[in-house]
Ligand binder design. Sequence first.
Ligand SMILES: Cc1cc2nc3c(=O)[nH]c(=O)nc-3n(C[C@H](O)[C@H](O)[C@H](O)COP(=O)(O)OP(=O)(O)OC[C@H]3O[C@@H](n4cnc5c(N)ncnc54)[C@H](O)[C@@H]3O)c2cc1C
Length: 416
Amino acid sequence: MDFGYTPKVEDLRNRLRNFIDQHILPRVRQYNDEVNAGMFPVSFMEDLKALARSEGLWNLFLPHLEEDAPGTGLTNLEYAPLAEIMGRISWASEVFNCNAPDTGNMELLHMFATPAQRAQWLEPLLDGRIRSAFAMTEPDVASSDATNITTLIQRDGDDYVINGRKWFITNAAHPNCTLLIVMGKTDPDAATHQQQSMILVPRDTPGVEVVRNITVMNHHAPEGHCEIVFRQVRVPAGNLLGEAGSGFQLAQARLGPGRIHHCMRSIGAAELALELMTERAQERQAFGKYLHQHGVVAEWIAKSRIEIEQARLLVLKTAWMIDKLGAKAARKEIAMIKALVPSVHTTVCDRAIQTFGAMGLSPDTPLADHWTWGRALRFADGPDEVHLHSIANMEIRESRKTLGASAAYLTTPQRL
Ligand SMILES: Cc1cc2nc3c(=O)[nH]c(=O)nc-3n(C[C@H](O)[C@H](O)[C@H](O)COP(=O)(O)OP(=O)(O)OC[C@H]3O[C@@H](n4cnc5c(N)ncnc54)[C@H](O)[C@@H]3O)c2cc1C
């Protein structure tokens, strides 16, 4: 077993870190100022994207391109450490065209779109000319159980007509967001997992109303987590993605690699929080000692290091399993990282905030933003409890195959 990164990955890690140090870090303050002044996308984003593209740091997430252009794509295991580096700055991924939810949407289109759909939507997404959103969650039903979704996608002649209300739809406030991938029911009478379909809806279609950009813990995200109403939204039947009734299957296919990306970005954020905390603890003194000389702060540093290392190893193992065996075989691991990593992310950020004192809550560190996003990730792509539930189910199913096999280890006295 080799825990090192290959020379190819080391080279990409170095180039990515250099790019971020030279071109992104010096612009963090300007990004914040422009977003706070209501300017979005910020003035320099397109220039940075062009530069990243010219340096070959573009669409790094897309292992599937391997089929189209052998030798160009990265495996999930190769991409994971790059996502970690991008995760240190909340908006850096977009510079490399590697941000969610566009990445998951591009993967979906790459796997399931027709040639015409690819030309209309995938190519401009791969070029970074447009942005997209994925619209599944609804305010009126428990959406962690996607069989509850009520939005209707009804066939009417050569069209489909969509009616429903979605919320927390990430990216929908981005001015370049022109595509919504909407999940709804095409056949409410079919078997439970064959009722849903996905359909491609241009955001400017009449009847699509972005009602509001919902703040997350009072934090305004310029790209948006939006509430959207669909009233008699009519699109051509050719906009259906995949087969009618295949919505669940498509949703499953979209999620595996996306969870690796989210989790590795989280690990990047946690790693940065630990670095900041460790430096701060060596700079400030309270009650006659540096903060790290207080046992409790030393323990926070040590526990954070242990938790980050554990989490990173599990995510890398999961990436390796997806590459070798496919996302289906890695279902339990994918659920495990999703249930684990956002908590590690928030716990480490929380300790760093505490170490910084009140400054940790101010906009002068990235900690408050990173904490908020880590907390949000405990819901996005499904709440922790759903993943814990499926992990337990898989364990029970496995155990049933050999039920009683561990009885020999029990030393319970025989009852007379
Ligand atoms: C910042 C952010 C961005 C998001 N972006 C998107 C997006 O782009 N597109 C999109 O479609 N959605 C998005 N979401 C929505 C997210 O996917 C949903 O919030 C999530 O799936 C949970 O659905 P719900 O909010 O309806 O919670 P509910 O389904 O109402 O669940 C509420 C609670 O019930 C409990 N629960 C549910 N199931 C179980 C179970 N099996 N066992 C035990 N307890 C359980 C959990 O504690 C859960 O938190 C985003 C959410 C956030 C916070």
